[in-house]
Design a protein around this ligand. Structure first.
Ligand code: ADP
Ligand code: ASP
Ligand code: MG
Length: 465
């Protein structure tokens, strides 16, 4: 699908550009390429990203902040909340210096060095201007946005210096959330289509991941790790051919590489399998990122910036029949058990339980029931106290903290006999607090104590892979 860009005529601009060389029409693919924090973490890495995006195709590049920056911006905000100007200034100055070092390694010409230095100075002076003022949550969102603004500007200056024709688009001009915090698709579609039409004389566009406007037109973000979500929102609005998530590992591994040795990349995953793994702790992918791609049937490819030739993982509509794909783990889970004071099967009991979680906008991950009670797990403990108070009107309530959900993902259709015993057998020596199977055809989940996590992941790898 690649074509030389010289001496060819553009016939039409839409999802594809159609290029005409003599009588041959060549389609130029369009993709979104998202690079995470480590992928743009140093000047050398930024240069590699520059090479990867100049591949002759039409690429919409989404960048995260350089690794470590968002954490530092959170720390700075912490000092600003406390009106500790010395604390915020110390980290701001350190961070500014680290960017000045990146500029000296990344850029060669005086012209671009000056442009980049002026931009960094302007951003850091702006952040310093928050010192000694009352600092609000809205201000923190503005501070957090600086990481992605800076990384994309530095990358843009680098490409301009190399003479690459490209456009830097501000995500704040088209990524917007509605009053529920979900992407405002009608707005995004209108704005992005207009912006692309105004910038259709290039084939490389760059924008910030993570940052957006909210429904009050304030600067906001798509939560930690949310650049993956930006990539998938843009990909689904532009109906691209592929969304690529470039990171520091060669695709989704069959177990968490931070806990288990010898894990291997999974070549193919179904959208639903990837969504389960991301939701239940596989950090490589932000959980929200799968749905927009799935709804538009756009393949998502996970690739390694440090090893671009590695095959990675292709996430698509294709399901590998009869295969256990991977294991993941979600930390800091709380289980709540409600033992009914009356008969559980008296109708309306479960509805009342779930209504309490709905009232406090607290999602439930796993549910198990028995004749006398119901157990659920939650991750968000913000309203735990109120929830427990309300549940006590319905029965006796017990809380278990510091649990972990272990999730085994693959083709678990009920006619696929042999899997369940294998999985349960692997964990025969681990005390299981809850088991969930049958909610979908893609996963079986276990709730265990945090202290058994590492051992459980290792046992599953030994038994399953
Ligand atoms: P980025 O900054 O590029 O968004 P992340 O840190 O968010 O990267 O995600 C990549 C990391 O996800 C890897 O370095 C790896 O440690 C972690 N990870 C957790 N589970 C998995 C898994 N199953 N497969 C691959 N990586 C995983
Ligand atoms: N920079 C943001 C974070 O660190 C967003 C992202 O990297 O996806 O969470
Ligand atoms: Mg990430």
């Amino acid at each position: 699908m690649k074509a030389k860009r010289e001496a060819i005529n553009v016939l039409y601009f839409g999802k594809f550009e159609y290029f005409c060389i003599s009588n041959n029409i060549i389609l130029i693919a369009m993709k979104v390429m998202k690079f995470g924090g480590t992928s743009v973490g140093t000047a050398v890495r930024i240069k590699s990203v520059g090479e990867l995006v100049c591949d002759g195709e039409r690429n919409f590049v989404v960048l995260s902040a350089m690794s470590g920056t968002t954490n530092k911006l959170i720390e700075i905000s912490g000092y600003l909340y406390k009106q500790n100007n010395t604390g915020s200034l110390e980290i701001l100055n350190q961070l500014e210096n680290s960017y000045l070092r990146v500029i000296s390694e990344l850029l060669n010409s005086e012209e671009y060095k000056q442009k980049a230095t002026a931009y960094i100075k302007e951003r850091f002076d702006f952040m310093r201007s928050y010192g000694n003022k009352v600092f609000t949550l809205a201000d923190e969102k503005v501070i957090l946005a600086q990481g992605e603004l800076i990384s994309t500007h530095l990358f843009y200056y680098h490409l301009c210096e190399l003479g690459v024709k490209c456009r830097l688009l501000s995500a704040l001009d088209f990524v917007k959330t509605d009053r529920y915090g979900d992407p405002d698709y009608p707005y995004i579609t209108e704005a992005l289509t207009r912006i692309m039409a105004e910038n259709n004389d290039v084939s490389l566009w760059i924008t910030q991941g993570f940052i957006c406007l909210n429904c009050y037109n304030e600067i906001d973000n798509l939560l930690r790790g949310g650049s993956d979500y930006t990539a998938s929102i843009i990909g689904s609005v532009l109906k691209v051919d592929e969304i690529q998530i470039w990171t520091d590992i060669d695709g989704m591994h069959n177990n968490d590489p931070r806990y288990v040795d010898g894990t291997r990349p999974v070549p193919q995953l179904h959208f639903d399998e990837a969504a389960e793994l991301a939701y239940f702790g596989a950090k490589i992918l932000h959980p929200t990122c799968v749905l927009p791609a799935k709804l538009n049937n756009i393949p998502v490819r996970l690739l390694n910036t440090m090893d671009p030739a590695a095959r990675g993982t292709l996430i698509s509509n294709y399901m590998e029949v009869g295969k256990i794909q991977a294991v993941s783990a979600k930390d800091q889970v709380t289980a709540i058990k409600v033992k009914s004071s009356r008969k559980l099967n008296s109708h309306g009991f479960l509805r009342k339980v779930f209504e309490i979680f709905e009232l406090y906008q607290t999602p439930i991950d796993i549910i198990t029931t028995s004749e006398v009670g119901v157990s659920v797990t939650i991750e968000n403990r913000k309203h735990l106290e109120e929830i427990v108070d309300d549940l006590k009107k319905l029965g006796t309530v017990t809380i278990d903290d510091d649990l972990v959900i272990i999730c085994v993902v693959g083709d678990m259709a009920s006619d696929n006999i042999g899997f369940q015993p294998k999985v349960v057998n692997a964990l025969k020596s681990v005390p299981l607090r809850m088991i969930s199977y049958g909610g979908s055809n893609y996963n079986v989940s276990f709730v265990i104590r945090a202290e058994d996590k590492q051992r459980s992941l290792e046992l599953l790898s030994q038994e399953l892979f």
